[in-house]
Design a protein around this ligand. Structure first.
Ligand code: NAD
Length: 483
């Protein structure tokens, strides 16, 4: 049964309000395309109200600013308790609005989301500066202080986790925020805002304004009272945001963007591990992951055996309703992405790559696409160069480590890479030379809030998670004292 939709309005200044324009938009279930809720559609006027509330909440004499860091931590820790309490409900919302498998959403909430909140919250009272001797009796110390009102713009592919990673880090730093969730997945951010309010967050500290990129999003990125934009989404929009952020004031930006991540399988790899990992790394969440291993480079000695295994893995994935515990493979998010992915599959075929399994729509309703394996892929093909964001594994053959490093790096993206090998030196050589923000050796997708996460080249500006997670929301000041 569909979860009850408790919140559909905008959340501004700890109040649930309609959009000033009175406008609304429908949100859908990717399983069958049915409307599951109609939510308030914020635009310029609503963002202005939300930014004004966040600015009041950030005033130096506000309740929030006068709060000890340990109190901020306590509120966020209470928030973690509430998320833990509501795991089943939040997972169902994520499943119905995003198409994420219910089983995956429950696991993610239990072990990933709650852990993330607790870790990031715990950084609140560990924000420290330095003391620096200058000359004679003069020394300096540094203060790290919250940056101000932050605009947090989210994508649809991991609505709960990505909300947490940005919002909790910003609050741990002492900032106030206006969140603009993706228009495809407006519901979980509202449910999380309600839990933040229940945890005791003062009015205006967190505001959530649903709406579209052009309208709500652009107003936020141009707003002179917003000091920082933290954005996760596509490279295309990331570039627009960087421009907009410099248009009125000089906003700080964090941009976490797309990828075309390579996974390398060496001749000496343990194929019993490498084959299932390669499938898991592209087909999980139907390939809708920034770090999806969408290019698999296989050394010639094990190429045939790997391909045989990869096809078998793709074929045996259980496709079905994401609410069914037996399902391994659910729908793409919406009609636009569904058509885009099918378009890439057609482009791959046209350019001469061969589909060994998959490639077609499943059923007549919803947005299901078969797990697809391509061989005979060359580096210059569209499917090898562009982010598909769907369940499409491209397998490419190589001969030497030197060659594969060159080919892996031959992209403007630089998010992640992986290698399966039993030779430590090969693994370390690859890790050293891969032009990416994270490398996995004999594993893939393994993440945790303790590990910094970012990308190189066009994949990212800035770091999320890790000990420096709060730095993105802090300014530093140097104070010199003459004793
Ligand atoms: P998107 O760029 O289309 O949209 C992301 C957000 O930006 C949405 O909230 C949208 O409304 C808003 N937006 C759109 N145009 C805007 C504008 N002109 N100004 C301000 N805001 C605007 O991305 P998406 O399709 O929602 O998400 C998929 C992308 O996100 C993929 O490229 C994926 O790789 C990337 N992603 C990256 C990471 C990471 O950590 N690097 C994590 C998850 C997803």
């Amino acid at each position: 049964m569909a979860p009850e939709i408790k919140y559909t309005k905008l959340f501004i200044d700890n109040k649930w309000v309609d959009a000033v324009s009175g406008k609304t938009f429908d949100t859908y279930n990717p399983h069958d395309g049915s409307v599951i809720a109609t939510v308030a559609e914020g635009d310029e006027a609503d963002i202005n109200l939300a930014v004004a509330a966040a600015k009041r909440a950030f005033h130096r004499n506000s309740e929030w600013r006068l709060m000890d860091a340990a109190q901020r931590w306590a509120i966020l820790d209470k928030f973690a308790d509430l998320v833990q309490r509501d795991t089943q409900y939040l997972a169902e919302l994520e499943c119905y609005n995003n198409g994420m498998l219910l089983s995956s959403a429950i696991l993610s909430l239990k072990y990933n989301v709650v852990e993330n909140i607790r870790y990031l919250a715990s950084l609140a009272d560990k924000i420290q500066g330095d003391t620096i001797p200058l000359s004679g009796e003069v020394f300096a110390y540094t203060l790290k202080q919250p940056i101000g009102v932050c605009g947090l713009i989210l994508p649809w592919n991991g609505p709960i986790l990505l909300f947490i990673v940005k919002v909790v880090a910003a609050l741990a730093a002492g900032c106030t925020v206006v969140v603009k969730p993706a228009e495809q997945t407006p519901l979980t951010a509202l449910a999380l805002a309600a839990l933040l309010q229940e945890a005791g967050l003062p009015a205006g500290v967190v505001n959530v304004v649903n709406g579209f990129g052009v309208g709500a999003g652009t107003t936020l990125t141009h707003h002179p009272d917003v000091a920082k934009i933290s954005f996760t989404g596509s490279l295309e929009v990331g570039k627009l945001i960087q421009q907009a952020a410099g248009a009125n004031n000089l906003k700080r930006v964090t941009l976490e963007l797309g990828g075309k991540s390579p996974l390398v399988i060496m001749d000496d790899a343990d194929l019993n591990a490498a084959i299932p990992y390669a499938a898991y790394s592209i087909f999980s969440h139907q390939g809708q992951m920034c770090i999806a291993a969408s290019r698999v480079y296989v050394q010639s000695g094990v190429y045939d055996k790997f391909v045989q295994g990869a096809v078998a893995m793709a074929k045996k994935r259980v496709i079905g309703n994401p609410t069914d515990p037996a399902t391994e493979h659910g729908p793409q998010i919406d009609a636009e992405m569904f058509n885009k992915v099918l378009g890439y599959i057609e482009a791959g075929k046209k350019e001469g790559a061969k589909v060994l399994t998959g490639g077609k729509r499943v059923g007549n309703t919803g947005y299901y696409i078969e797990p697809t394996v391509f061989v005979d892929v060359t580096d210059d093909m569209k499917i090898a160069k562009e982010e598909i964001f769907g369940p499409v594994q491209c397998i490419l053959k190589f001969d030497t480590l030197e060659e594969v490093i060159e080919r892996c790096n031959n992209t403007n993206y630089g998010l992640a890479a992986g290698i399966f090998t039993s030779n430590l030196n090969t693994a370390l050589q690859f890790s050293k030379h891969a032009e990416v923000g994270k490398v996995w050796i004999n594993t893939y997708l393994m993440m945790g809030p303790q590990a910094p996460s970012g990308g190189w080249k066009d994949s990212s500006i800035g770091i999320e998670n890790g000990l420096q997670a709060v730095d993105a929301f802090l300014e530093q000041k140097t104070v010199a004292i003459n004793l």
